[in-house]
Design a protein around this ligand. Structure first.
Ligand SMILES: *Cc1c(COP(=O)(O)O)cnc(C)c1O
Length: 396
């Protein structure tokens, strides 16, 4: 048993965050707007190649506002990648619309372009109406087949929302993820590439959209000297204190990306040659992943010590990770190492059981065989050697 726990992805401070927070206190900008919010937005925009950015209270809020801006409302359908965290789809429900789940392809683990087109055609045939938007996710930081997805989105003139919550710093063909669709979503929750202790951003295609997003994010206040309201708005802006943390974090974002990618390289080197363990990797040179979390797949035939007892005393469900995956998770946990199964596809979540879905079995199979390994800036080379050694010594 080790003394220190190794976490999946811990927040890591640059040491410069407090200076920005102190400035906010010194100048009494302790409100959800101010110099840190503007500065953080400018930093993000610069990093992403120039698109306007609105800092918000959460990535979930950014998804909500992007859907609202697409005109999604009660009774509409929105296409959503099934293999993701619930936060991608929940805002569809907030608006009284229905998510239509589309499965993944094996290369990037993100939305399958062929299945996307099948889904759009089928929804039009069934309901007589086009889906109002498409939400694509870059799972674990891996870019999707964005060129093919974009072509389909344009063919059906449907807005494309990129959920890049996990993909800050990832690129496809050299272009920043989050700037390739009509809207890009970022998250600065505690465990993402950078943190603001909780926060998000919406990357907008132009200044006009940014203005409209700001309007909805600040209670839809009309430009009168008094409070005049003609639309329903939200209180979704980021606090100037949180944005101060964000500005400090931006000074180490490139270091974080480099470290996550280094972590991947070391896992790759050390896991090479272990039969039945496959590390999720960029499908080709066009993909540049930030490797937010490294993930492995365990072959169903791989035997892990203790797997016959893996689920003893825990609640069971009709779809869960294979026993060898759970056994490895328990072994790691006993050693103070945090690992986690991949996202359970949303089309398999009881809460979304009634939603239409277009599946090919890929995300379900990945959920059953996959495990995320510690990857953040706080994970050392020594930690990775220890983790890989544990995997090796517990294969039967
Ligand atoms: C974290 C995350 C979100 C939500 O971001 P919050 O800032 O936590 O609201 C959305 N989508 C994905 C894929 C995420 O991982």
């Amino acid at each position: 048993m080790r003394n220190e726990k190794i976490y999946l992805c811990l927040a890591h401070m640059s040491g410069r965050e407090q200076k920005f927070i102190q400035e906010a206190f010194d100048t009494n900008w302790v409100v959800p707007l101010g110099p840190n919010v503007n500065g953080f937005e400018a930093d993000l925009s610069g990093f992403l190649g120039g698109r306007p950015v609105v800092a918000l209270s959460a990535g979930t809020a950014a998804i909500h506002i992007s859907l609202l801006h697409c005109g999604v409302s009660y009774g509409d359908e929105v296409i959503c990648q099934s293999f993701t965290f619930c936060a991608t789809a929940n805002p569809i429900k907030y608006l009284g619309a229905t998510p239509v789940f589309v499965d993944s392809e094996q290369d990037s683990w993100n939305m399958d372009p062929d299945l996307l087109e099948t889904a759009i055609k089928n929804r039009i045939a069934k309901t007589g109406r086009k889906p109002k938007a498409i939400i694509l996710v870059y799972l674990y930081g891996m870019p999707a087949k964005i060129d093919e997805i974009q072509t389909i989105a344009r063919r059906y003139e449907t807005p494309l929302i990129e959920d890049a919550a996990e993909a800050l710093g990832s690129r496809f063909n050299g272009l920043a993820c989050g700037t390739l669709g009509d809207y890009g979503i970022l998250s600065f929750n505690g465990n993402k590439m950078i943190t603001t202790s909780g926060g998000g951003a919406l990357v907008c295609p132009n200044e006009e959209v940014k203005k409209q997003v700001m309007f909805y994010a600040t209670q839809a206040r009309e430009p009168h000297p008094y409070y005049q309201h003609e639309k329903i708005g939200f209180n979704y802006r980021m606090s100037n204190i949180c944005a101060g943390i964000g500005r400090g974090q931006m000074t180490v974002l490139s270091d974080h990306i480099e470290h996550h990618r280094h972590t991947f390289e070391l896992y790759r080197e050390l896991l090479a040659g272990i039969d039945g363990v496959k590390l999720h990797s960029e499908p080709s040179g066009r993909y540049y992943s930030n490797y937010w979390l490294n993930a492995i797949e365990l072959a169903p035939t791989l035997r892990i010590k203790g797997e016959s007892f893996a689920y003893e005393g825990t609640p069971r469900s009709s779809c869960e990770p294979n026993a060898n995956v759970e056994a490895l998770r328990l072994i790691m946990n006993a050693e103070g190492i945090e690992t986690r199964p991949l996202w359970k596809p949303l089309h398999l979540q009881p809460v979304f059981a009634d939603c239409p879905k277009y599946e090919n079995g890929i995300s379900e199979s990945l959920f059953k065989t996959g495990l995320c390994l510690p990857s953040g800036p706080c994970v050392s080379d020594e930690d990775i050697r220890y983790i890989v050694n544990l995997i090796k010594t517990n294969i039967e």
